[in-house]
Design a protein around this ligand. Sequence first.
Ligand code: C2E
Ligand code: CA
Ligand code: CA
Ligand code: CA
Length: 274
Amino acid sequence: AKQGGRGTFQFYASEMNERVAAHRRLVDELRRGIAADEFFLEYQPRFEPRSLSVVGAEALVRWAHPEKGRMAPCAFIPAAESSGLILPLGEWIMRTACMQAASWDGDLRVSVNVSPVQFRDRNLTAIVADALAQAGLPADRLEIEVTEGVLLEDPERAQVMLRELKELGVSLAIDDFGTGYASLSYLRNYPFDMIKIDRQFVSDIGEREGGRAIVQAILGLGNAMGIAVTAEGVENAGQLASLINDQCREVQGYLLARPMALPQFAEFLVRAQQ
Ligand code: C2E
Ligand code: CA
Ligand code: CA
Ligand code: CA
């Protein structure tokens, strides 16, 4: 048994070394990819659910890797966060999203995801202010999406940063709402303008007992607190009908539109506004 134990330990140790090495390679690749400008943004439209008019879009980052092809954010955002490379990457995302949104037809809102690591950076507010000024984008057309990770790490710092951003005139959304631990108190303690109901609750509508009730409860909460609610991950007509019925303010999901690269999104807007 002892020997087996040691064998197991050695197995774990070598697996761990392999993981550390893979992580290092990914971080080196990220550094190279950022310098080589290999990232791009896709935009997923958001709609007013009754009229299906477009009200904005969420910017979602992708990596056009020269060998591995197109990489989804879940494959590189965690390494970008743990290495700190999310700071230059996140700044690029913010500047690019503001610049591109300024070129859209109509005054649609652009939503940008901001990582908890970026929130620890004292320069965040200045970067956002500069991105808006450089792009000539009015602050009220930018929405910043944060997850509760931002609030958990250092609640006081988060409070200061959110107020600073709010003073710039941007809107603040709490993303993946309902998946965390203490979401209700966040609504009381922080100045959010928007709640994004996590996809898992939307997919439970009509699938699971109580699924719709949870969504209704979040909608009621938002309503009572004067905070607009978006449902993400809307994939079928039943979910959409239910959300319309329950007065959800905005919807986003594959049923309505997938994330698109900028040229396709621009074409989509032309068609949508005809
Ligand atoms: P998220 O912020 O919750 O983004 C929504 C994700 O759900 C996106 O995945 C989107 O493509 C996907 N989605 C949208 N509609 C549907 C639907 O109807 N069904 C299903 N199954 N999925 C849908 P994506 O683009 O792979 O992004 C995954 C996560 O990566 C994001 O989750 C966000 O946490 C992170 N991420 C993406 N872009 C950025 C970024 O620019 N900065 C940071 N810090 N994180 C980002
Ligand atoms: Ca988001
Ligand atoms: Ca989300
Ligand atoms: Ca999510």
